[in-house]
Design a protein around this ligand. Structure first.
Ligand SMILES: [Mn+2]
Length: 292
């Protein structure tokens, strides 16, 4: 089964954002009979510009779902890594194209930069291409709850003692991501579905588990102190829906390992979508068609 070839795109191959109406993505948008609709979608920690980014899976996600509102909860583009080494395959450009296209189609788009794309924080309060850039936001759910939306690195100072995971640039983590890629290239080669190595490793490392629950508690308490009903964040690459001391804690996960999104249904019900599982659950012929 052929896999998507990832090459560095030349300028000529990239979609032209200055002439958006006539520009086309490298991978054409998939025509699905009807996109699954949600009231709200939150995604974060895409890390475009790094090899760890699962852009193909995110493209598949974006082509299958739609929403009235979409929050980009930080670390969308990895400015730290791009500065060290320029890496920008066509698929990464296609993600940006699809996000801009969504704004054009009328989805309310809010971009809250994280620590890896903090360079965009200076534009907080401004709108670019129909995407509002904000430092944080308050989201009101269909069932009337107020949720504070932020990236989550704001709490690094407090959770610093256990920050091995907080910085994606960390050597051990990067090595694990390389291994994750190899394992999945092998699995793809033999028609096996995507499997997150680091997700499984993290769940088994005691310190990682302690770090994650500490982070969740710190964030939930901070949100509770601000008088909101809940909080939506990203940053630690661990999707979760939890109630902590009367506060709803939501984390939308990431598109490096977990490939998850947080969604709000039209009745206010919240859910984490595990996109690798959704792809794996599709009819076999559909999977072949997508990979070809
Ligand atoms: Mn982050």
């Amino acid at each position: 089964m052929p896999t998507t070839v990832k090459t560095i795109a030349t300028i000529g191959e990239l979609a032209d954002f200055t002439d958006f109406t006539n520009s086309r993505p490298n991978q054409p948008e998939r025509v699905v009979t009807e996109r699954r609709r949600y009231r709200t979608i939150w995604i974060s920690d895409i890390h475009l510009g790094t090899r760890g980014c699962n852009a193909d899976m995110l493209i598949d996600f974006l082509d299958h779902v739609d929403s009235e509102t979409m929050y980009l909860v930080g670390d969308i583009i990895d400015g730290w890594r791009l500065k060290k080494k320029f890496y920008w395959p066509a698929a990464h450009n296609d993600v940006v194209w699809r996000l801009l296209k969504r704004a054009r189609r009328g989805t309310r788009m809010i971009y809250i930069p994280g620590n890896h794309d903090e360079v965009f924080r200076q534009f907080s309060g401004l709108d670019f291409g129909g995407i509002a850039i904000r430092r944080k936001a308050i989201h009101e759910t269909a069932d009337g709850r107020r949720l504070l939306v932020l990236h989550g690195d704001e709490f690094d100072a407090i959770t610093l003692a256990h920050r091995w995971l907080a910085h994606v640039g960390d050597t051990a983590y990067t090595a694990l991501m390389v291994l994750n890629r190899w394992v999945n290239a092998f699995r793809r080669r033999f028609g096996m579905p995507y499997w997150s190595l680091s997700k499984h490793a993290k769940a088994r490392v005691k310190n990682a588990v302690a770090f994650i629950s500490h982070f969740e508690e710190v964030v939930a308490h901070a949100a509770g102190a601000r008088g909101v009903d809940g909080v939506v964040c990203g940053h630690i690459h661990t999707a979760e829906i939890r109630e902590i001391a009367g506060v709803n804690y939501y984390n939308d996960g990431d598109w490096v390992e977990g490939c998850t999104a947080l969604v709000e249904h039209f009745d206010g019900r919240m859910e984490v979508l595990h996109w690798a599982d959704e792809i794996a659950a599709r009819a076999p012929d559909t999977i072949v068609a997508l990979a070809a």
